[in-house]
Write a protein that binds this ligand. Structure first.
Ligand code: ZN
Length: 296
C-alpha cells in the first residue's frame, strides 16, 4: 500500500506524519508555526528525513486559510488573505512540492478533516455533512454529495452573521474583518477577551458556556438550513469543553422549533451533532486522505 505524507498546517503548529490510515500513522512531528521560511524549511527537512527510509507517493496539505484550493488557478496552493503576520500570499503547496520533488494535494484544514471523518470516523456512510472547528479561529468545511466543498474559493462557515444582543453581551467581537461575526463572538480569543481568562480555566458552570452554546446553536441553525447536512461534527479546542455538546444540541432543537421535521434532529440529536471520532488526529489524517484521494 502506498505511503503518503500529511501536513496539518495550523496557525500555531504544523503537524506532520506519514501513513495510509488511522492504524498506520507514524513519525508524527509538531513544528511550531513561525515565519513561513523557517516553518516550510523545517517541514521539508522532516519529510526528507522520513522518506529516506520510506519512500512517499505524495504529500497532502490541509491548511489554515483562507487558501486557494483550485488546481486550475495560478495561485493554487497559496495561503491567501490570512491576517496571520507574514503568511498572506505564501505559496505553501508549491514550496513543499518543489522542496521534496513530490506531487502535493491541497485543501482547507476543515475539508481535510471532513474527508478523514468520512473515510474512517464520525461521518462514515454519509455524503453531505459539515465539520466545524472552534478554537483559535472558527472554520468550517465538509463534503457535498461526496466531494469536498469548494466554489469561488471554499466556504467560510465561521464568518457568518448571527444575532448579537449588545445589551446582554456588549463584547464587540474579535474578528479583524467583521467584528461580531460568529468567529468574532464565539472562537477561543472571544471567550478569553470577554471573560478575562482563557476558556479552559473557566469552570463548567460558568455563564460563558451558556452564552457560547447560544452562539454556536445560532450558527448551526444557519448551517442546517443552508446546507442540509446529514451530520455536524464539532471539533477544535473550545469543543474540548464537553458540556457544550448537550447544551448546543438542546438549543439547536429549540431554535429550529420543529421546522426541520426529521428523526435525526427530533429524536436522535445526540448522533447528529457529534465530536470528531478521530479526535485531534482528524487534521493530519485528513491531509493523508487528500493525498490518497487525489493521487491514489
Ligand atoms: Zn469574521
Amino acid at each position: 500500500m502506498a505511503i503518503y505524507g500529511g501536513i496539518e498546517a495550523g496557525g500555531t503548529k504544523f503537524i506532520c506524519a506519514v501513513g495510509s490510515n488511522p492504524a498506520d500513522l507514524h513519525a508524527i512531528e509538531r513544528i511550531p508555526t513561525t515565519t513561513p521560511a523557517e516553518t516550510i524549511a523545517r517541514t521539508i527537512a522532516y519529510f526528507r528525513r522520513v522518506s529516506a527510509t520510506e519512500p512517499l507517493a505524495a504529500i497532502g496539505i490541509a491548511s489554515f486559510g483562507p487558501v486557494d484550493p483550485d488546481p486550475a488557478s495560478p495561485t493554487f496552493g497559496y495561503i491567501t488573505s490570512t491576517p496571520k503576520p507574514g503568511w498572506a500570499n505564501v505559496n505553501l503547496a508549491g514550496e513543499i512540492s518543489a522542496g521534496l520533488k513530490l506531487p502535493v494535494a491541497f485543501d482547507t484544514d476543515v475539508n481535510g478533516a471532513a474527508l478523514a471523518e468520512c473515510r474512517w470516523g464520525a461521518a462514515q456512510g454519509l455524503d453531505t455533512f459539515i465539520y466545524l472547528t472552534i478554537g483559535t479561529g472558527f472554520g468550517g468545511g465538509g463534503l457535498a454529495n461526496g466531494t469536498p466543498m469548494h466554489g469561488l474559493l471554499h466556504p467560510e462557515m465561521g464568518h457568518i452573521r448571527i444575532p448579537h444582543n449588545w445589551e446582554e453581551d456588549p463584547f464587540p467581537g474579535t474578528c479583524p474583518f467583521h467584528g461580531d461575526c460568529l468567529e468574532g463572538l464565539a472562537a477561543g480569543p472571544a471567550i478569553e477577551q470577554r471573560w478575562g481568562q482563557r476558556g479552559e480555566t473557566l469552570p463548567a458552570d460558568h455563564p460563558a458556556w451558556d452564552l457560547e452554546a447560544h452562539y454556536l446553536s445560532l450558527g448551526l441553525m444557519n448551517h442546517i438550513l443552508m446546507l442540509s447536512p446529514q451530520r455536524i461534527i464539532l471539533g477544535g479546542g473550545v469543543m474540548a469543553q464537553s458540556q457544550l455538546f448537550p447544551a448546543v444540541r438542546q438549543k439547536v432543537v429549540e431554535q429550529l422549533n420543529g421546522y426541520i421535521s426529521v428523526p435525526e434532529i427530533l429524536t436522535d440529536i445526540d448522533h447528529y451533532i457529534v465530536p470528531p471520532a478521530l479526535g485531534n488526529r482528524a487534521g493530519v489524517l485528513g491531509a493523508i486522505a487528500l493525498a490518497q484521494t487525489t493521487f491514489g
